[in-house]
Write a protein that binds this ligand. Structure first.
Ligand SMILES: [Mn+2]
Length: 199
């Protein structure tokens, strides 16, 4: 499954590859792009197959229900629905085009890399240990400013990025976006990413 899109502020692509080419993936994503913002969630349901997919879909539903609500609220509402389910790790990102701010909130091992061009630096928003389990817990939002020409990748642990530094090159980044980069390694797992360039 692939989805991509663009406007004057962003161009993004995605990849979602189910383990062993299964029909159902335990990873899921959802994206809402408007003139003001890009809001996305990337989720890795624990385990694989249908039960993992059910947990992952809870988080994409919570984003789609109200894409304007706080990122921590999306995780909080998802968490509240996980009792009796497998659970999931998840990251939510909101990019505010006018303010040029990236907001990020997550739980567990979804990786976010922000490629800042000047000076060249990969920014890793802090990750929180744990997963959405239904047990009461808190979430926090980090904010990072960005500049025209910066880019970002969100990915699950089914993806490994070799020598991420080469992706500062726009040409290499675009190859990555379309799954044609030698830097992109798929593990034997559900694998997914969201990769965007910011203008
Ligand atoms: Mn995984």
């Amino acid at each position: 499954m692939k989805k991509d899109g663009r406007n004057d502020f962003i161009q993004y692509t995605t990849l979602l590859h189910a383990k062993n080419n299964a029909a159902v993936s335990g990873d899921a994503f959802s994206i809402v792009l408007t003139d003001d913002s890009f809001v996305a969630v990337l989720v890795d349901g624990l385990g694989s197959g249908i039960e993992a997919n059910v947990s992952a879909k809870i988080v994409t539903e919570e984003l789609e229900r109200d894409p304007t609500c706080g990122l921590d609220d999306i995780l909080q509402r998802s968490n509240a629905r996980m009792l009796g389910k497998r659970g999931a790790v998840a990251a939510v990102i909101r990019i505010r085009f006018q303010q040029q701010i990236i907001e990020f909130s997550s739980i567990g091992n979804i990786t976010c890399k922000i490629f800042r061009q000047l000076p060249k630096k990969i920014i890793y928003p802090r990750r929180t240990v744990g997963y959405l389990s239904g047990v009461e817990q808190g979430f926090f939002i980090q904010a990072v400013e960005y500049y025209s020409g910066d880019s970002f990748i969100l990915h699950t642990d089914g993806i490994e990025i070799i020598e991420a530094g080469t992706l500062f090159s726009e040409e290499e980044f675009i190859k990555f976006q379309y799954g044609q980069s030698t830097n992109l390694k798929l593990q034997n797992d559900d694998a997914s990413f969201i990769a965007g360039r910011l203008f």
